[in-house]
Write a protein that binds this ligand. Structure first.
Ligand SMILES: Cc1ncc(COP(=O)(O)O)c(C=O)c1O
Length: 367
């Protein structure tokens, strides 16, 4: 592959010795579950985000379910979710007993909007999951102004900044992260976190991740066994201080794409007004996206169409997608989007290679 779709190895290479030494330290400590590393990472990650609390959990999908449960979401409730996202966003809802209700997204930012959420609100709406998709920043305050709490799904947005300079994951009532290895802040296995500045929600999430118990003797809620482990937390503590630098690398790559002539061929992603996304994926649009994919493939340029079948059209979601549900932007994005190479170390030469490869297809802007 002349330009890979993403590159997690190169940025980590200088940290190899430190990471391996840390693994040995944790091994020698004999403490593997909910020990000092998880506690320290939780404090450091909350401080990084400018939030009061972070709670380490097993993965980003559990983080969403636990956040919803902490908000009191349960049977009979509805949770509004975008359909154009990774499937886990909606999948996390039914385990609470509630139903996902699908809404549309903005074609330029790929995120939910106040209007698209408003169109899906009913008297049963208990929460909205606003996904900061591909690292762009959803309008959390505008949605909370509708009177419903927002769970920010920040799985793809570690390091992204909103227009007011606050970090994605600190903008709403509660937020969730995934530390899947390819994410902006990746662990070396599965991991996730719930983030909130609300003390009562923090306490509920802490109980829920440990079988609904504060004491390990009395079990007050039917909860989960969903914990970030000590090894992952220890390694995350080493990579966290590098996150902002890596995000700058991603932004520089996005700026290089903007400065190239790629925009003559396809539609580039647009940051939400005033925001500074830490592009997890760089997703462009082209009406003949399969032709663009073929051109990139021929030039050995990494690419991927992530959400060709949107979530509301997935077989498992059949019962939650009423007949006649129309999400026109979602359907169009599903047809036309494609991720092209993005990483903290994508060079201007590589960007030029991608742009050159794309020129094998006819320019066909969407507007
Ligand atoms: C938007 C979004 N939400 C949730 C998740 C789920 O995270 P995890 O894979 O850690 O369960 C992901 C992971 O890919 C994601 O991209």
């Amino acid at each position: 592959m002349s330009v890979p779709l993403f590159d997690t190895r190169t940025p980590l290479a200088p940290l190899r010795e430190q990471l391996i030494a840390k693994l040995g330290e944790v091994y020698d400590s004999g403490k593997y579950i909910l020990g000092p590393e998880v506690k320290a990472f939780e404090q450091e990650f909350a401080a990084y985000l400018g939030a009061r609390h972070a709670i380490g959990v097993a993965n980003g999908t559990d983080a969403l379910t636990l956040a919803l449960r902490a908000l009191g979401v349960g049977p009979g409730d509805e949770v509004i979710v975008p359909s154009f996202t990774f499937y886990a966003t909606a999948e996390a809802v039914p385990p609470t007993g509630a139903r996902p209700v699908f809404c549309d997204v903005d074609p330029d930012t790929f995120c939910v909007t106040q209007e698209s959420v408003q169109a899906a609100i009913t008297p049963r709406t208990k929460a909205v999951i606003a996904v900061h998709l591909f690292g762009n920043v959803a309008p959390v305050a505008e949605i909370e102004a509708l009177g419903v709490p927002v769970v920010e799904d920040a799985a793809q947005a570690a390091g992204s900044l909103a227009a007011d300079g606050r970090r994605a994951g600190s903008l709403g009532t509660i937020a969730t992260f995934s530390f899947f290895p390819s994410k902006n802040l990746g662990a070396f296995g599965d991991g996730g976190a719930v983030v909130t500045s609300d003390d009562a929600l923090e306490e509920r999430v802490r109980m829920l991740r440990f079988h609904g118990s504060r004491t390990k003797e009395t079990f007050e809620l039917v909860g989960y066994n969903s914990r970030l482990d000590e090894m992952q937390a220890a390694l995350l503590r080493i990579v966290l201080p590098h996150l902002d630098g890596w995000c700058e690398g991603r932004r520089a790559a996005a700026a290089a794409y903007e400065a190239s002539d790629l925009a003559a061929i396809c539609e580039l992603p647009r940051p939400a007004a005033g925001s500074s996304p830490a592009w997890h994926l760089y997703v462009v649009r082209h009406p003949q996206v399969d032709d663009l994919a073929a051109a990139l493939k021929a030039a050995e340029v990494g690419h991927k169409i992530y959400y060709r079948v949107p979530t509301h059209r997935q077989p498992a979601m059949h019962d939650y997608a009423p007949a006649g549900l129309e999400l026109p932007v979602t359907d169009e994005l599903a047809r036309t989007h494609i991720a092209i190479p993005m990483s903290p170390v994508l060079s201007t030469e590589q960007v030029a290679e991608v742009a050159q490869a794309a020129h094998a297809v006819a320019p066909n802007r969407m507007r």
